[in-house]
Write a protein that binds this ligand. Sequence first.
Ligand code: IPE
Ligand code: IPE
Ligand code: MG
Length: 241
Amino acid sequence: MAEQLSVPRHIAIVMDGNGRWASKRYMPRIAGHKQGVDALKRIVSACPSRNIEILTVFAFSSENWSRPVEEVSALMDILAMALSREVPKLKRDGVRLRFVGAREGLSERTKAGLEQAEAATADNSGLSLNVCFNYGGRWDIASAAARLATAGTPITEASLSSALSMAFCADPDLLIRTGNEMRLSNFLLWQSAYSELYFSDLLWPDFDEAALDAVLLAYASRERRFGKTSDQVSGNSAATT
Ligand code: IPE
Ligand code: IPE
Ligand code: MG
């Protein structure tokens, strides 16, 4: 009998490399961000047939406000445009969309767009798509701790975990970063404690189904030990004494 390959239930992606993709083509960085939306659409469509239940993507970090004002405002426009074009299809496809990150600092128009998109897909039970927007891992941990302190709740690993912005789902099994950078850049600092990391040298607009399948194959050969020994994990009890 063919052995079932292990599949990550939850994949998180740092979608990096849009600007370089555009610069290589002598195009403005914004063109790379637009192309990045198409890459995201491909990967969202690819997840269900690969039994991936949750996809979390990093779209705009707490630190991305430091970019030139024209780029920030173009990113806000691209978000609004992508939502108005794509939400009807996401709704039809059963995708449940959630935005994770600080709402403070976003314009009323952007906040309304996020709320409408979430409401439109709230009854869906297919792929869970979490878009981290105005998100930072440090923001997440600090605001969770502040809420617990205000409520007088003792801070433990369990209470802090359940106060974080992604407490509604399991931690990512696999965290991919495209764009050939080997860092987390303040993404899911707490939740990635035991995620398998995969760094791809593809720029995000070039990432496609074949690239995803290559990462899934690599994931299937990883051994997740969670602090145990290899023998314990493989159930080789004779060797565990
Ligand atoms: C990632 O691509 C998208 C955002 C951060 C919004 P970049 O814009 O960081 O692309 P590079 O890293 O400059 O190529
Ligand atoms: C991380 O990419 C944020 C997103 C992909 C949204 P950056 O391009 O902002 O990260 P750094 O600045 O290279 O670390
Ligand atoms: Mg980048």
